[in-house]
Design a protein around this ligand. Structure first.
Ligand code: THU
Length: 147
């Protein structure tokens, strides 16, 4: 599978995941899909809370799922989509700052940069980034003296 096919596969998985977003407050659904080293995919969707600040982003949920399954070192690439729930969203959305840092933990654990493919909730172009584009000069385990 080439990069473009992998991007399509991840974005489609993220769109499926976004269908399970719990976003009754913002009505903004986000889906994330992590490509793992063995070719499998781990997904996440945002989980909002009536105490708004407790809400979890889709990328964070996906990384937590991977980590809880002992797979923190195995994340290779990321797909993210988002948009207003039930609407036709074609503008790519990019991971928020906190999620960039959360994704960096997986990238550092696996000692690799991550491709990050971003698209709209229901369609539109796929924009390609790397995590190091999105989070230059990141704080990471090296700052704590951990290789
Ligand atoms: N959201 C994510 O899930 N990921 C991001 O990277 C940006 C924002 C969620 C949080 C909240 O549930 C909704 O989108 C609107 O901010």
């Amino acid at each position: 599978m080439n990069d473009a096919q992998t991007a399509e596969r991840l974005v489609e998985a993220a769109r499926d995941a976004a269908a399970n977003a719990w976003a009754p407050y913002s009505n903004f659904s986000v889906g994330a899909a992590l490509l793992m080293a063995d070719g499998s995919i781990v997904t996440g969707a945002n989980v909002e809370n009536s105490s708004y600040g407790l809400s979890l982003c889709a990328e964070t949920v996906a990384v937590a799922k991977a980590s809880a399954d002992g797979r923190m070192r195995d994340v290779v690439a990321v797909g993210v989509v988002g948009g207003m729930t039930g609407e036709h969203g074609v503008e790519p959305i990019l991971p928020c700052g906190r999620c960039r840092q959360i994704l960096n933990e997986a990238a550092q654990a696996g000692k690799r940069d991550l491709k990050v493919w971003c698209s709209g909730l229901t369609g539109g172009p796929i924009a390609e980034y790397t995590l190091s584009d999105l989070l230059p000069h990141a704080f990471g385990p090296a700052n704590l003296g951990i290789a």
